[in-house]
Ligand binder design. Structure first.
Ligand code: NAD
Ligand code: RM4
Length: 254
């Protein structure tokens, strides 16, 4: 069964990792997909090609989510290409692991801007378009297990993920009257570019694996199903919710 037939899905930071898996998962479920990406054209173009090979339409729009104008531009280009926006997956994020006491100001400010301001303006731009269309929509933000628990080298990052989780709760209220649902996924530790260096430390990686009841760290594709579900009409009465997708890591005290 295809869950997103005829829908237009937008995904930020979608040339790699979880965003890419979500974009491809949406296409597998019948959606046309617009992806935002920040850096190199190659991976973005290969994501577009993968979606087209599935028989769906795709565009890639370059832009830094930290700039509020990027959100207007991304939504505008998606509407130009596909005529509407049904789903926004706000996924782009960074986590430059760093100790707290000597954390550089610019690292804090950039992390806040990309992860939190970026999500805010993307969600707002998508919601403005959805309200104009008048037939509701679904917004899924990629928050994190780190919205709920801390990290020694993530003091700048975890507040942004808590912020994104909170943003979905407040926008669920603000947008419910327009039939727009807002939910977050809270991934555990997923093997992607964002933590490649951090998990190159074998001891750290083994520790994270050992904390996970399902016995392995996640793959980006582990997020595709939960994101597609929340995006789809299968989740028609789900809003303001947060779905942990962490192999059980969060509940594993002892
Ligand atoms: P990733 O590095 O593969 O993906 C992040 C993507 O965001 C990249 O494609 C990157 O180019 C893009 N990006 C970064 N800054 C951007 C900007 N300013 N504008 C536009 N795009 C930008 O890593 P990932 O793990 O797939 O991360 C995706 C999201 O998942 C992030 O928000 C991250 O916080 C969240 N997350 C990841 C994990 C994990 O363990 N990997 C766990 C919980 C949450
Ligand atoms: C996640 C979580 C993971 C970490 C990534 C970067 O939110 O904290 O453990 O590897 O961020």
């Amino acid at each position: 069964m295809k869950l997103l037939e005829g829908k237009t899905v937008l995904v930020t930071g979608a040339s790699t990792g979880i965003g890419r898996a979500a974009a491809i998962g949406a296409a597998q479920h019948g959606a046309d997909v617009a992806i935002n990406y920040a850096h190199s054209d190659g991976p973005a173009q290969s994501c577009v090609a993968e979606i087209e090979a599935l028989g769906q339409r795709a565009i890639a729009v370059k832009g830094d989510v930290a700039d509020p104008q990027t959100a207007q531009d991304f939504v505008g280009k998606a509407v130009e290409a596909f005529g509407k926006v049904d789903v926004m997956v706000s996924n782009a994020g960074i986590c430059p692991f760093h100790a707290f006491l000597d954390m550089p100001v610019d690292v804090v400010e950039r992390t806040f801007k990309v992860n939190l301001h970026g999500a805010y303006f993307m969600v707002q731009a998508a919601a403005q378009q959805m309200v104009k269309q008048g037939h509701g929509g679904s917004i899924v933000a990629v928050s994190s297990i780190s919205a709920l628990v801390g990290g020694e080298y993530q003091t700048h990052y975890t507040p942004t993920k808590a912020g994104v989780h909170s943003l979905m709760q407040s926008t669920a209220i603000a947008l419910g009257k327009h039939g727009i649902r807002c939910n977050s996924v809270l991934p555990g530790t997923i093997l992607t570019e964002i933590n490649k260096d951090d998990l190159a430390d074998v001891e750290k990686r083994q520790y994270m694996e050992a904390r996970t009841p399902l016995g392995r760290l996640g793959q980006p594709e582990d997020l595709a199903g939960p994101i597609v579900f929340l995006a789809s009409d299968m989740a028609a009465y789900v809003t303001g919710a947060a779905l942990l997708v962490d192999g059980g890591m969060y509940v594993n005290l002892q």
